[in-house]
Design a protein around this ligand. Sequence first.
Ligand SMILES: *[C@@H]1O[C@H](CO)[C@@H](O)[C@H](O)[C@H]1NC(C)=O
Ligand SMILES: *[C@@H]1O[C@H](CO)[C@@H](O)[C@H](O)[C@H]1NC(C)=O
Length: 242
Amino acid sequence: MASEITYAEVKFKDPLPSEEAKAPKEKSPPQHEPCKPPQWLLWLISGLLLLLCVVLLVVFFVVPHQQNCEEHKALPQNISEWLCAVRIAEEEERVWTCCPKGWKLFRTSCYYLSHDTARPWDASEKNCIGMGSHLVVVDTEAEQNFLLNWVKGRVSDQKEISNYCLGLNSQEVEGQWCWVDGTLYNKSAAFWMPEEPNFLNSEKCAVMQMGGNRASSEKKTWNNVRCSLWCHGICEAAAMKI
Ligand SMILES: *[C@@H]1O[C@H](CO)[C@@H](O)[C@H](O)[C@H]1NC(C)=O
Ligand SMILES: *[C@@H]1O[C@H](CO)[C@@H](O)[C@H](O)[C@H]1NC(C)=O
């Protein structure tokens, strides 16, 4: 009986070490798996690369665009909408030029007409400055023609005289005409009405005089007036190029 029990105990003990030895062999494959990159790590790396691409896109495309906007501080700051037009510049290059909504684009400038409000000349210039612009500086015949046609279309009563402030005055030195933006006054590109400017000691601000039964083809519309006379401001700012 005792020997059988001993035999049984031995026989029972024998398989145990072999099972213990087998066990690590069965468990070994899962222990080898961490050596290969797991699926989640591949996804993490892909995700990080995608994030890097997004960051590079922002750095190269969004940031330069913002800097581009800052270059044009001359334009009004509070702009809800821009209107843009494509223009063929030199060498057939296409240039997009933009003006704030409510402003009119001509060549490389934007213009705003204070049609409903007239002010003394100084207040008109201040109003333009408040919108990031200045009173209009007319230095070519093309610009004069553009302004004439544009303003004429806004004047309801052609018989009544209405004055539009130009960015031209002689308040510093009597008889010496100066543009508000420092552009040199060019006598050959000035459009004074016949016998103007006159009364130089008292009339030191320039306006574009519309209406008053003048011939509609008449290009010479400038008049010098007292600076206290109220005029409708025409503001000008450089158009934004994109
Ligand atoms: C910007 O303009 C809008 C409408 O043109 C006006 O209601 C708003 O008060 C302006 N905001 C500032 C900060 O001037
Ligand atoms: C002055 O205006 C005339 C006529 O438009 C032009 O031919 C001339 O080049 C201008 N002079 C200057 C210095 O801008």
